[in-house]
Ligand binder design. Structure first.
Ligand code: PMP
Length: 306
């Protein structure tokens, strides 16, 4: 999965040279924030999807945890382009990460404790494999998401992914592709690494961003595309049983893109295959990258050639 080069603290380096010390703060206390973004091979060449929005979210996540990135958003954007160029990639999954480095132990970081910034680009196909075609078999997790005012879910922080690991590990143990978690209030929240959409009577339903979920960039893109297609979208509280009575279900994320769900807790969703609205949204979304959907929003940024 590795590539020859990555970007680390201002420089392009060989992959193997970007190492950290075992006293790194983030290893002990989870003090990292990160992003996941994609570069797609378009007819005009490789292009980032919503890079500026991902970088913005990275800075917002860092702000919540009072982590000083030490570079501007423009510099991070430029570094994201650089890492693609350095590896001569046509498409990629890109992982910028900002973390408190080796500045001594103690939960409270020292005022002058170092912050590391790295950007990796990986070859990464469909996150949940051929489920993108046929639909994923998922379960409702026995783990709830943390309550609001415990771990801020809008911040994409490394520590949040302990919750995601519990959900995903339990799902795998049960033979499922992914787990969907309920929030602290027993209502639907999101998957281990994806936002959640249901279709009922032709309408798209999704839990609100106040439901302890990550405010997903793919989620927002899908809502915009649904508007273009004349599909009504409602953000609202949804109980668990909405999963068992939905006509269609799909999950969204940078890695997962738009992945249909064909069963929940071994109960079939709709006809047991991706439904018409899911298909239409997949077509509109992937059409952005082959040029069949017009990019009216300036979401794509061609990878800059030097
Ligand atoms: N929720 C969680 C917990 C995630 O990890 C992700 C993936 N980043 C998402 C939702 C989807 O967010 P996005 O569409 O911005 O990738």
């Amino acid at each position: 999965m590795t590539t020859p080069f990555l970007w680390h603290n201002g420089q392009i380096k060989p992959w193997t040279e970007a190492t950290v010390h075992v006293s790194t703060h983030a290893l002990h206390y989870g003090s990292s924030v990160f992003e996941g973004e994609r570069v797609y091979a378009t007819p005009q060449g490789p292009a980032y999807f919503r890079l500026a929005d991902h970088t913005r979210r990275l800075f917002e996540s860092a702000k919540v945890y009072e982590i000083e990135i030490g570079y501007s958003e423009e510099e991070i954007n430029a570094a994201c382009h650089e890492v693609i160029r350095a590896n001569h990639m046509k498409s990629a999954y890109v992982r910028p990460i900002v973390f408190r480095g080796a500045g001594g132990l103690g939960v409270l970081p020292k005022a002058d404790s170092p912050v590391d910034v790295a950007i990796m680009a990986l070859e990464w196909g469909a996150y949940l494999g051929d489920a993108i075609e046929h639909g994923a078999d998922v379960c409702v997790s026995s783990w709830n998401r943390p309550a609001p005012n415990t771990f801020p879910s809008w911040a994409k922080a490394g520590g949040n992914y302990l919750s995601s690991q519990l959900i995903a590990l339990e799902a795998r143990r049960g033979g499922y592709a992914e787990g969907i978690a309920l929030g602290h209030n027993g209502l639907l929240s999101e998957g281990a690494g994806e936002n959640l959409f249901l279709v009922k009577n032709g309408k798209l339903l999704t839990p609100p961003t106040s439901a302890g979920i990550l405010a997903g960039i793919t989620r927002e893109s899908v809502m915009t595309l649904a508007g273009e297609l004349g599909i009504a979208v409602e953000e609202r509280d949804l109980p668990r049983e909405a999963l068992y009575t939905a006509d269609e279900i799909f999950m969204t994320g940078t890695a997962a893109e738009i992945t249909p769900v064909r069963s929940v807790d071994r109960k079939q969703v709709g006809a047991g295959r991706p439904g018409d609205i899911t298909r239409a949204l997949q077509k509109a979304f992937f059409g952005l990258f082959d040029g069949t959907t017009e990019d009216k929003w300036g979401w794509l940024t061609p990878v800059q050639v030097e």
